[in-house]
Design a protein around this ligand. Sequence first.
Ligand code: HAM
Length: 517
Amino acid sequence: MGEGAKPENERRKFRAIKGTRDILPPATDLWNWFEKTARGVMESYNFAEIRTPIFEETELFARSIGVETDVVNKEMYTFAVGEIQRQDSLEELVEAVESAWRDGAIERTGENEQHVSKIRDIYQAVRSGAGAATAITHQFGSGVIWSQINEINRLVGELSLKLTLRPEATASVCRAYIEHGMQMLPGNTKLYYIGPMFRRERPQKGRYRQFYQIGAEVLGTSDAPAIDAELIQMLTDLLERCQVEKYMLLINSIGCASCRPKYVELLRAELRKPEIFSKLGADSQRRVETNPLRVMDSKLPEEQPIIEKLPKISEHLCEECSAHFEKLKRELTLREVPFTESPRLVRGLDYYMRTTFEITSPILGAQNALCGGGRYDGLVEMLGGPKGIKGIGFALGEDRFIDAIVEAHKIHATRPLDIFIAWMGERAYPTAVRLAHVLRDEKHRVELPAGEMKFRKALERADKLGARYVLIIGDDEIASDMLTIKRLSDGVQEKISEEALVDFFRPPALAKEGPGS
Ligand code: HAM
């Protein structure tokens, strides 16, 4: 054991990493109920599930979301993976590079080609200087060789791929759409996903570093406003299904490649004015030049009065964008979806164009955005996909949605155990095991104690576990061939035959209900 090393068996407690959390039972029951409900609603709109990897090439997110966004700029969990494994000798390392290059494991960019050729040159130089003794792990006499080896290692590092834990899934869905040629599918492709996302944000209530999203994307050649409206209606349907009534739908249009640049210039000119510029924070000051639209979604309280007075994009839309937005509003009205126009809603990701929307909830506190989304018509093409593919989607924050459901219902997630089997005596045990199986086949939640318990203890345990019924099987029951069922809510007890057992527990006796049941 080296000096300062900890003995292997020293006790140490671990905690979840800051910004991550365990979601425990009974809360997980509510999460599962919500996911099932969301799947049901989305499938009723003919969306099908897609599951994409948790990590992707960093470049995918940087390109899609935009390098000047907070997400890419500050919040991504990125790590380098050596496509090229470390090797014991320089010779083997260079051979690994050569073979990765031949197999296409290293991306064939001009820059990588230069790196590979430099590695070859340096290796030749080392070989001619150091003969065959090129073991990396062994000491060399010459400092020159060390610096050459370091340079090779650096270049190999550059060749390695950078991966990022997904901060969102729209980019991944577009990548998958292109990779699998989904534009060949008939009509619009309608996909949904459920899963964890990762952003290195400052943790607080409703804001985590690992959080969960449920999202949906529509990809295809049409950008009819009816698609936008239907997607939004799907969300309000979900809110209704969860009986969350207090929410606000905000909508906006942020224009297209033809009208937005002019607006951005106008905005930049306004923001450059010394009396405005001097009042902005460092991030916004930088963004005046790099991406002024990002200033609009700044959350800094001291910048809010300035942002309020900036020119509104909705007043600078081209004719097509304006018509698209008007049609969207008519389509929402047709569907009886109430909305509020919010000219400041530019969203925090760069891929959007035209429609943007958010749903906020007043019951959530500071992190009040339940979900957000919008149109991203140029993204598929920008990621190397076919021309003319349009897209629109949303993602809702599951963590926040659950909070909203709990708040709206004033419920505490409970875990109702359907049936606790109180068995007493050796002779009752085989019957208890058999009936537990029969009832579980019926999809009831059944607890079968592993050891025999005294009757009173068994009842106490059943009560503490929140059981709705206790199935009692003791000597009397075995002798009489009749089972006893006790309903814990009111203590009513009755005898039934084994044949009648399954029917007894069918609804309404054990109806499964909505959130919190
Ligand atoms: P987003 O607005 O970045 O959009 O995130 C969507 C939702 O995810 C937010 O409204 C919020 O409820 C939740 N969320 C975001 N960050 C956190 C966090 N740190 N902790 C808890 N919840 C969070 C997107 O991600 C886009 N991909 C949406 C989209 C899909 N646009 C088009 N298609």
